[in-house]
Write a protein that binds this ligand. Sequence first.
Ligand code: PA5
Length: 444
Amino acid sequence: MKINISKAQQFVAAGAVEALEPQVKAAQKALEEGTCAGNDFLGWLHLPSSITPEFIKEINETAKVLQQNCDAVVVAGIGGSYLGARMVIDALSNTFGWLQPSKMPRILFAGNNIGEDYLSELIGYLKTVKFGVINISKSGTTTETAITFRLLKKMCEEQMGKDIAKKVIVAITDAKKGAARTTADKEGYKSFVIPDNVGGRFSVLTPVGLLPIAVAGFDIEALVKGAQDMEKQCDISAPLADNPAAVYAAIRNAIYQSGKKIEIMANYQPKLHNLGEWWKQLYGESEGKDGKGIFPASVDLTTDLHSMGQWIQDGERTIFETVISVEKPNTSLQVPSDQENLDGLNFLAGKRIDEVNKMAELGTQLAHVDGGVPNIKISIEKLDEYNIGQLIYFFEKGCGISGLILGVNPFNQPGVEAYKKNMFALLNKPGYEAESKAIQERLK
Ligand code: PA5
């Protein structure tokens, strides 16, 4: 993995990135020594290097049970309890694999919304297959996930019988507290623990991400190896220029301080759409607080050049762009020649599709820079487990450092409670009587 900030540095004062070095070092030191805000949630920092072969084996063995017994596995979770798994599985899967017969179970995601049609349609499909459930909730009490799990547990038991249900329902939750833990222990489900000191959005390298990724048939050992290597590369002992996470944290803060408040993550591979979704949660929930924080947005290119491209090129100059560039595709396909050449594209005949994509990427970078959009380029060699593992740790470490430079606690999310309080008051949840009364007054 490489980071190139030359087309971003030209937009900030000379030496602005280097000037942030003391703050970068202080942030890294605070993370290492556990002296920063949110220091009870630093379990992610050396998580990759703490993962043992025995642990990988246990995850793979559980994955095998689900693979052998299920045509589909529903991952029930929201926020950090599903976005990492979804991102990795999408990045590594054949885009149209779901249309083909497969030996691996189809991985479906639920518990991340409260859409009645979504759940009804999911249930409609599950009636036709043998399915399992991975119920993921650190707190064990999240409404979206709990409602979904209620439905799926009942259905799984009715459809396959309690004994099989016990085999194909796995819980990933807190060691001791929460409804998900109580149910898992009572029913005798296989369960994994989300460490206390790892927050949801930093949990993709715990069973939260590793189990669904393994069930989908991917090599979690290689994923973890990528993260381990990046953990070494981003070590506090590395000089700023050799530490990609530190460079990323420094440049995005330098740009933010220069007045650009929106960072757009762009990819040129449809499989990376959910990398954008995972990254938005990681950075949005970590940094958007105390009236501060870069707003993380994402686009899929070249697709969105035909929708958001106009805004990026010519809209209000408050944005910068971080491009994820994949150097080599995993397949090979050329533009065919056409005798009639009605579309005038015979000049491309014989070229790899990826070459056209790369020229679109370069042309877009130059155009956006000309249009006043700083450009950070993050390149990976190819889409595989190892490279995705590297990206995961790189973004996590970059987020921890960046949030501390910004001066917030990157590891809490107090703002998420506001909607829950109102929702519970509106639904007359016991214990919310005063809030219910107050909200009814407001709605008069
Ligand atoms: O990053 C976070 O902490 C959150 O996004 C949580 O992952 C999300 O709210 C789900 O919480 P839980 O796992 O407790 O159901």
